[in-house]
Design a protein around this ligand. Structure first.
Ligand SMILES: C[S@@+](CC[C@H](N)C(=O)[O-])C[C@H]1O[C@@H](n2cnc3c(N)ncnc32)[C@H](O)[C@@H]1O
Length: 287
């Protein structure tokens, strides 16, 4: 009888271990289709997305520790910021679940031979193939857009695990009010379907764009989530702020652009204006 129970216990334990080892995270089909269309190619060089890029580069220049340091760019797409940072002397690992993004990043690597990335990997934010406490900075510029609350916590805890003590996370969120403001700005609010979708986002925080589901945050929600995963000294800032609606012309005129960037720098931590920004960023530290 005892042997029977012992055998059963061993079988159950082994099947549990197998289950844990076999756990592979997949991104939803709609998200895969969205990014496999190549939507990320040159995105940040188009129109006012150039402001997003300029501001993120400014934030990286201002808040990252000095190089040398090891940076993990999770959900880094085709590696725009990975290459920006490797050029500055950082050791950069790029991880993204979409094969096309990693293939394009490798092609980009061919043209950036003087500052190669240390690693390119198809992978998911929820299971990062990197040892505990080995990374100085984790960038999450994408994963939180596409994971539900439970999975965002799994991913954020993975980031916490791989960071060295005092290591930093920089995590972007899509602002909850982004589509509301944009729809009034470009007049799309007059479309009843759009108005209904916006109403849904205001109630649920979810957003559907083309085939992909996005999850949005208010600045306070983003801060709490990062803290819930164990991070301390969390601060949230606006990326584009109200600059999102500035005409292209202002951006192309150097004096106007510099003035806009200065205003954004002055207002970036002000919670009374942050909700207008299309993207927000949390910066936190491993305790
Ligand atoms: C809007 S793109 C941003 C790309 C780049 N980081 C940037 O800021 O330009 C969002 C990225 O998140 C990635 N992503 C989606 N789900 C993810 C997940 N579960 N784990 C890691 N990355 C994910 C997508 O493949 C995509 O490359």
């Amino acid at each position: 009888m005892k042997i029977k129970y012992l055998t059963l216990f061993i079988i159950l334990s082994l099947s549990n271990i197998n289950f844990l080892m076999a756990k592979n995270f997949e991104i939803p089909k709609g998200t895969k289709i969205f990014y496999e269309s190549g939507i990320e190619k040159d995105r940040l060089d188009r129109k006012m997305n150039r402001l997003e890029k300029k501001r993120v580069e400014y934030i990286l220049d201002t808040f990252l520790p000095n190089s040398p340091a090891t940076i993990l760019d999770v959900g880094g797409g085709m590696g725009v910021y990975s290459f920006y940072l490797s050029k500055k002397g950082y050791t950069v690992y790029l991880i993204d679940p979409v094969v096309l993004n990693i293939e394009e990043a490798k092609k980009n690597g061919e043209t950036h031979k003087d500052f190669p990335l240390a690693r390119y990997e198809v992978g998911d934010a929820r299971k990062i193939d990197v040892p505990d406490s080995s990374i100085d900075v984790v960038l999450f510029f994408g994963p939180l857009y596409h994971l539900d609350e439970e999975n965002r916590q799994i991913a954020l805890k993975e980031a916490y695990r791989v960071l060295k003590p005092d290591g930093m996370i920089l995590a972007q969120g899509v602002s909850k009010y982004c589509t509301l403001f944009n729809a009034y700005f470009d007049g799309k609010i007059k479309d009843q379907k759009m108005a209904l979708e916006i109403k849904n986002t205001l109630k649920t925080n979810d957003l559907v764009y083309k085939s992909a589901k996005f999850y949005t945050h208010t600045p306070g929600e983003l801060k709490s989530e990062i803290e819930d995963a164990g991070f301390s000294k969390v601060e949230v800032l606006a990326i584009e702020g109200l600059g999102k609606w500035i005409d292209d012309e202002y951006f192309e005129d150097e004096r106007q652009r510099e003035q806009l960037l200065e205003f954004l720098e002055i207002t970036q931590f002000d919670s009374s204006i942050m909700g207008v920004s299309s993207h927000i960023m949390a910066i936190g530290q491993k305790k």
